[in-house]
Design a protein around this ligand. Structure first.
Ligand code: ZN
Length: 125
């Protein structure tokens, strides 16, 4: 299997790797780490080398890290577009601005991932 390695900060992301442990200086060990974003603490798991302390991410860990990096970027840098939230008597809903929906198709589904009670990641697929 061809491995595509992406370097991001101190991590080696093993794209397409099914699961750890990885081999570095011997087998890596599963460790819990924390990331602090805007006063919130998020935990994530890494495969870490006991000797050189290098961290490796398998594909599911990499997906979580990518979400955390996206949240960090949004909370720190990005300006959003304000929208009012509508209510139909039962449910809340909002409209996405046209600028964000290019490439969306009828029948796409949205996966809503809560970060906390006021912050969500919506993945369209
Ligand atoms: Zn190592």
């Amino acid at each position: 299997m061809a491995k595509k390695t992406v370097q991001k900060e101190d991590f080696t992301v093993e794209k397409g790797a099914f699961q750890g442990p990885f081999n570095c200086h011997g087998k890596t060990a599963l460790l819990r780490r924390e990331m602090h974003i805007d006063g919130n603490t998020f935990s994530y798991m890494v495969w870490s080398c006991r000797k050189c302390k290098k961290d490796y991410l398998d594909s599911s860990q990499a997906k979580r890290m990518e979400l955390l990096w996206a949240v960090e970027k949004l909370l720190k840098n990005e300006e959003g577009i304000k929208r009012s939230i509508n209510h139909d008597g039962k449910m809340f809903f909002l409209r996405f601005p046209k600028e964000f929906t290019r490439g969306w198709k009828k029948g796409n589904e949205a996966e809503i991932i809560p970060v906390d009670s006021t912050t969500f990641i919506v993945e369209i697929g």
